[in-house]
Design a binder for this molecule. Sequence first.
Ligand SMILES: [Zn+2]
Length: 278
Amino acid sequence: MLQRRWPLLLCLLALAAPSALAQEAVSARLGSRPIPTAMPAGRRDLLLDKLVAAYPDFLAGHAGDALVWRDGTKTPVFDGRPAKTPAQLVETPDIEDVFAWRYPLADQPITTPAGDPGRVRPAALFTRMYGDCHAGQVTRNLVKVRWVDGTMLPFTRVNGADQALAAVVKDLAALGPAYRQYLTPSAGTYNCRAIAGTALTSMHAYGAAIDLNVRYSAYWEWSDKAAHGLATYKNQIPAAIIQAFERHGFIWGGRWADFDTMHFEYRPEIIAVARAGG
Ligand SMILES: [Zn+2]
C-alpha cells in the first residue's frame, strides 16, 4: 500500500518545490528593506577603477556611467533604480551593485554576516567574460589545476583564474599538514548549473569557484534554523586558509548571510576594493 502513495507524494513535492525554493535565494536574515544603491560619482569612479584593473583582458576603462570593453562596446553601470531589496540586488543587479555590500577581509572578526558581498554577479559582466556553460562556452576555457592532494581540478583560464588558483595552492601547501583536512578532498569546481533552488548563475558555472572538504562546511540551508527561520551562523574554516585565497583574488562564501563556508570564488575586483578600505 505504501508504494501507491509515492507517486502522489512526489507530485506534491514537485509542485511545492519551485516557489518555496525560489524565495530562498536570499536568506530571511537580510529582510526586505531596500538598500540605497545609487552612489556619489567619486565613489563610483573609485570602484570602477578597481573593476577595470581586475579584468584587464576584457575592460578598457569607464566613461560617464558606462563600462568600456576592449572591443569598444559599452555597458551601463547603473540601471536607474536608487534602492533595491537584498533579493533584488542578487536577482536583478546592475554593474555597480557588485559593490553594494562591503566584503570584510579575513583579518577582521569572523562573525554572523550582515550582507551578501560577492553574491551580486551581473550576467552583463560575468557571462560576457566567462561564457554561458549551457552553450558550451565555458568548457573550452577549462584547464587542469593541481590541487593540494595532487588531484587535477578543472578551472577556467579566463582572467588568469587558473593561475590565481595555482598560487593559492602553493600558499595552502606551505601552511602544513594540520590544514590538509579542511582542503581535501575538494567538493568540486566547475559545475554547469544554477545555484540550488534558484535561477541564479553560480561562479561554479563559470569554472571560477572551488569548494573545500564538505565535512567541515557550513551552509545556510543545511544549518539548524532557529525560531525565526534563520540559519545559525557557524564556521570551522581557519583564517589562514581564507587569507591564502584572498591574497590571490578569491572571496570566501563564509562572509555571506547565506553562508557557504567551503566556497571560494575568483573575484579580484571585490578583494581590491576591500584592500582599499571599502
Ligand atoms: Zn561552491
